[in-house]
Design a protein around this ligand. Structure first.
Ligand SMILES: [Zn+2]
Ligand SMILES: [Zn+2]
Length: 394
């Protein structure tokens, strides 16, 4: 535990990287800016590097390797492995293994490596600065990654790759732009530190600040502002309940450049088998959370019997919709089985099948629609419960 009397020893390399480098940057970047100045090209290159690093962590390390939300062409994997090494956040293997533990044991201070339960600082970067027991490496949850030659190549040559991407590449760029020191400072150093902290926000702020529309069983939050800073990863409440979805911002208007990158790659053959959680499951999760919240509020406010009756009616309808949906799923499964069973061939049978599929689809749409409408009614009911609570004498 973090409050044990003797703290574990410091991780010296990590302290040098995560504390030492920012201190150097704090002095050297403004000093060079004042005495020499930075060009617009240097700022733009820093931004390009920032996004290439960031998207390799979110699209590669996170959604591809940690969660298998899609499959990627080797060319894309190499791209992620190189630019991800440039983000200096450890190898894919270590990062993904830690992250899988984070999901499995979320908020468990004994097992989640960056548990939000141990505070904002700890989950942001404190966890990396000491040899905490929760950091002990155990790749038993990453056997699939150990079989991936690209993952293992990056793991075995990690130091060389990260030096190449963080020093070698900015150095070359510096020669090209005619200012080696300035480019090393801006595109090398400052870009690295900014990318570190915006990625760390996902473990820290995204577990403290925002809304919980999909589940209240863990601390993860949805936050549009954080999504803007974190290449789309700020929809973290959604992500913690549906971690295999290649999207974190599921609505088209939600800022999620990682999902746009993945779907763009799928259009040109670089990504395939993109996992999307069906809309009906998403609606169900939202409603489930609304019901739990409403029930707790009614208990707290000692709501009237009429309000409770209304709530129970809604809840019953919800249960019915869910049951109907489960039955439809079973029907669909049976239909698929029959199709595979060889009832095919005759024109009539095929037409019958088409008709059945269409009917099923309509029924699914109906359930989906009724859940959507119920969500709207629940929002009104929540407001009513709150009004009643305010009207009551304390
Ligand atoms: Zn999380
Ligand atoms: Zn995740």
């Amino acid at each position: 535990m973090s409050n044990s009397p003797t703290k574990p020893p410091l991780e010296k390399i990590n302290v040098a990287v995560f504390v030492g480098l920012p201190m150097i940057a704090l002095v050297a970047v403004p000093a060079w800016g004042i005495y020499h100045g930075f060009s617009l090209a240097q700022w733009l290159w820093a931004l390009v590097f920032l996004y290439l690093n960031g998207l390799s962590i979110t699209g590669g390390y996170h959604r591809l390797w940690s969660h298998k939300a899609y499959e990627a062409h080797p060319a894309l994997k190499w791209f992620y492995a190189l630019w991800g090494a440039g983000a200096l956040q450890n190898s894919i293997l270590i990062w993904a293994s830690d992250h899988r533990r984070h999901h499995r044991f979320v908020d468990d201070n004994e097992q989640d490596p960056y548990s939000a339960g141990r505070g904002l600082w700890f989950s942001h970067m404190g966890w990396m600065l000491r040899e905490y027991r929760t950091n002990e490496q155990d790749f038993s949850n990453a056997k699939d990654l150990q079989r991936d030659p690209i993952v293992m190549f990056q793991h075995n040559h990690y130091v060389a790759l990260t030096v190449l991407m963080n020093v070698g590449l900015p150095l070359l760029l510096g020669f090209y732009l005619g200012d080696v020191i300035g480019t090393l400072l801006l595109v090398g150093l400052l870009r690295l530190i900014v990318n570190h902290h915006v990625t760390f926000f996902i473990n820290s702020l995204a577990h403290f600040w925002g809304t919980r529309p999909y589940t209240e069983t863990n601390s993860a939050r949805d936050n549009g502002f954080l999504a803007f800073l974190t290449y789309g990863e700020g929809y973290h409440n959604y992500h913690h309940i549906f971690q295999t979805d290649y999207r974190n911002g599921i609505r088209w208007w939600q800022w999620d450049p990682t999902k746009w990158l993945i779907s763009g790659c799928s259009r040109v053959g670089l990504a395939s088998k993109l996992v999307r959680v069906p809309e009906i499951k998403i609606q169900r999760a939202i409603l489930d959370t609304q019901f739990k919240r409403a029930r707790a509020q009614m208990d707290e406010a000692h709501s009237s019997d009429t309000l409770r009756a209304k709530f129970e009616r809604e809840y019953q309808q919800f249960t019915e919709s869910v049951n109907e949906w489960t039955a439809l799923q079973a029907q669909r499964y049976e239909a698929k089985k029959a199709e595979l069973g060889g009832a095919l061939g005759e024109k009539r049978a095929r037409l019958q099948e088409k008709w059945e599929t269409a009917t099923l689809r309509t029924k699914f749409k109906e359930v989906e629609y009724s859940l959507k409408m119920q969500r709207k009614r629940m929002e009104l009911l929540m407001k009513e419960i709150q009004l009643h609570a305010q009207a009551q004498p304390a």
